[in-house]
Design a protein around this ligand. Structure first.
Ligand code: VG1
Ligand code: CO
Length: 549
């Protein structure tokens, strides 16, 4: 145990007006975070609001992006000066978001401070982010993030220590002022949790039998996790994990697992000698993309397929308590819930809204259309968990990805789905578009947006948490049609430049003979109705979206 000389110090500061957490914590450009006192202010606000009781532990770690290392040292000094008893830190300051969530729960920590801007690019001009998770391992609920935002605007000083940086690249224990800092293997506990949920023997046999898989870690945090689990524990050949070395700038790419950004993987999976299964994860390891040979599984379908097949996985063999999806996520999982007689909840966008339902044991699986899938094993979405769940189902059923999804559609119907993102829109234009839609909501029911497209209902989604009764209003505009088709409009809460408008479009197709269309083709009339209803081109000046998923 080494002892760093340390003396506490109170630093006067002026509050920052722009430290309001969004969908998933505070996300800003790196130069914003590098302003003097900026990070310290936010961390002090978190510590003031969290007020960890005497003797408590905090978990600290991040996805390894630019500024991660420096930020961890700053957080440790503030935690020590604020009387935190112990900090558990991933070696090298690294923890994937789901691994951090697990560690908080495993150690009975009061909470955790997670450093990531998820799928946003990193580097000196890229994005950085910081998020507070509570004792359940999940993102702080809205009441807490609101209190943190209020505190950031009121702070006039923060407490830190004058102490040298701690050596975080080897496991071990250090003293920092009166606090103990424990540096741990970021992978071991998480890998053990995965092994407790899934049939590793069956997956090992599948792989040994010649089933070929590829995992793209996108130079982000999951590289070491995937190598340990897929290559070492499940016996996949070396090289199964590509882009497996985490880099502070993710190799210059967007660590975003979708068809646009995971290009190395997509090229291989849609190429001549494609493996049987492909997957990718994002910057902090909580997202996942699942591919079969020349076949893309939408995240909404992935959730539905996993719900329908959950009892084939040892960790879920006793069945599911219920399921949940975020509002813009397709209703594919609702059909499964209906067939299985399971409760199904519709929550606002963002994982924090699943926390109460998971804690109360009302749901077991949940997911979002934005490549997020997870369960009650942690309180974050979990990219590698989803990959292992799929591998377990594939091993148990002995069928391929495409065959399983097509059989699923044949039984439950297919929800065609797409999302249009307009990034970097002038904020006034984006807010104006939403305001104009809101103003028309009452007059929409009964109007036809095109042939056979009569609006059945329209609203601005409001959520009433069935566990604690809290209300979240204005969570996105829904335009609903009698045949189950939907259009949803909302503004992103994770962007760092201008506003991002998201338009989500879905239709339902029960007829097997009509389930093999290209999704863009199938949704064309609904997409054009959605864009003209909101006057997207006139209001944003954009004739094309930035990204289509
Ligand atoms: C986006 C997604 C949302 C997800 C959030 C955080 O939010 O739409 O579903 O929960 O990112 O994901 P928004 O507000 O930009 O639409 V990530 O992997 O932070 O952690
Ligand atoms: Co993420």
């Amino acid at each position: 145990m080494s002892t760093a000389p340390a003396s506490a110090r109170v630093v006067p500061t002026t509050p920052f007006a722009d430290q309001r957490p969004g969908t998933s914590g505070l996300r800003k450009k790196v130069p914003v975070f590098r302003q003097p006192h900026y990070l310290e202010n936010f961390v002090q606000a978190v510590l003031d609001v969290a007020a960890p009781p005497p003797g408590s532990t905090l978990v600290v770690g991040g996805d390894g992006r630019f500024l991660n290392r420096e930020a961890v040292q700053v957080i440790l000094r503030l935690a020590a000066a604020n009387g935190v008893a112990r900090c558990v830190v991933g070696r090298g300051g690294i923890l994937s978001t789901p691994a951090a969530s697990h560690l908080i729960r495993l150690r009975g920590a009061a909470g955790g401070i997670l450093l990531s801007a998820s799928h946003n690019p990193g580097g000196p001009d890229g994005d950085f982010g910081i998020k507070y998770n509570t004792a359940n391992g999940g993102p702080a609920p809205e009441a807490v993030t609101e209190a943190i935002a209020a505190r950031t605007r009121a702070l006039t000083e923060y407490r830190t220590l004058d102490a040298a940086d701690l050596p975080l690249d080897a496991d071990g224990t250090h003293a920092l002022g009166g606090m103990t800092v424990e540096v741990v293997d970021p992978v071991a506990d998480y890998a053990a949790l995965m092994e407790s949920l899934f049939d590793f023997g069956a997956i090992r046999s599948l792989v040994a039998g010649g089933f070929r898989l590829r995992f793209d870690a996108m130079h982000a945090v999951t590289g070491p996790y995937a190598r340990e689990i897929l290559e070492r524990r499940l016996g996949a050949p070396a090289g199964t994990v590509i882009n497996g070395t985490p880099l502070p700038d993710f190799g210059g790419g967007h660590p975003d697992p979708n068809l646009t950004y995971a290009h190395d993987l997509v090229e291989e999976m849609f190429g001549a000698d494609a493996p049987d299964f492909g997957a990718a994860s994002d910057g902090d390891g909580d997202r996942n993309m699942i591919l079969g040979r020349r076949f893309f599984v939408t995240p909404s379908d992935s959730l539905a397929v996993l719900a329908a097949n959950a009892t084939r996985i040892p960790g879920y063999a006793r069945g599911l308590a219920g399921v949940a999806r975020s509002m813009p996520t397709s209703a594919a999982v609702d059909r499964v819930a209906q067939a299985l007689g399971l409760p199904c909840f519709e929550t606002p966008t963002g994982w924090k809204f699943f926390g109460n339902l998971l804690d109360a044991g009302r749901i077991t699986l949940c997911g979002e259309e934005s490549f997020g899938t997870g369960s009650d094993h942690v309180r974050e979405k979990d990219g590698l968990w989803a990959v292992l769940a799929w591998l377990n189902v594939l091993a148990a059923r002995g069928e391929g990805v495409e065959a399983i999804v097509r059989a699923h559609w044949a039984r439950y119907g297919r929800n065609y789905y797409t999302r249009y993102d307009y990034e970097g829109v002038a904020p006034d234009a984006a807010h104006g578009l939403m305001a104009a839609l809101r103003a028309r909501l009452a007059s929409l029911p009964g109007t036809a947006l095109g042939r056979g497209m009569e609006v059945a209902a329209a609203d601005d989604f409001a959520y009433h948490d069935p566990v604690d009764g809290s209300a979240s209003e204005r969570q996105g505009i829904r335009v609903l049609f009698a045949d189950g088709s939907r259009i949803v409009y909302r503004l992103s809460g994770t962007g760092t430049e201008g506003a991002t408008l998201r338009v989500y479009i879905e239709s339902y197709e029960p007829d097997v003979a009509r389930q093999s269309m290209d999704a863009q083709e199938a949704l064309r009339p609904l997409v054009s109705a959605a864009l003209s209803l909101a006057e997207v081109q006139a209001r944003t000046g954009r004739s094309e979206p930035t990204v289509i998923t």
